[in-house]
Design a protein around this ligand. Structure first.
Ligand code: 2BA
Length: 109
């Protein structure tokens, strides 16, 4: 068995959820936060058979858009206090960030 971990933007998570349900996949949704943007995103944990991995990734990819976002980058030293001006930097977010892990053991008790 494999565990597909997919970080999806908040704006896309409903579409991804519906598509995965339509295809009959079982999954868990975890609310998460991006380390850089500090904005909410959604992490899907999807347990699948090895031959289903590519299809799951295709489904997620088909419903996850790439977007550009501005992030405020603060200079490393803030001195003197009060003169710190953040410079906005454009980053490309998404579609989805996907990890595939081997599952050593799976039990439903
Ligand atoms: P965030 O950490 O909020 O990152 C948003 C976007 O900012 C990233 O989009 C990427 O384009 C950029 N970014 C993030 N960290 C960066 C860094 N150290 N240097 C340069 N650019 C950086 P995505 O790559 O599409 O990632 C979207 C979200 O997926 C991330 O949100 C994070 O929650 C997750 N993610 C991405 N890579 C990951 C990783 N290696 N491990 C765990 N989570 C990851």
């Amino acid at each position: 068995m494999k565990l597909v971990i997919a970080v999806v933007q908040d704006k896309d998570h409903r579409k991804v959820t519906e598509a995965l349900l339509e295809q009959g996949y079982k999954f868990t949704i975890v609310a998460s936060t991006g380390g850089l943007l500090r904005e909410g995103n959604v992490t899907f944990l999807i347990g699948v058979e090895p031959e289903q991995v590519d299809q799951v990734i295709d489904v997620i990819g088909a419903h996850s858009k790439t977007r550009e976002q501005l992030v405020n980058v603060f200079p490393p030293t803030i001195e003197p206090i009060g003169t710190c001006i953040p410079s906005p930097v454009k980053v490309q977010v998404g579609g989805a960030t996907v990890f595939v892990l081997d599952v050593e053991r799976f039990e439903k008790l």
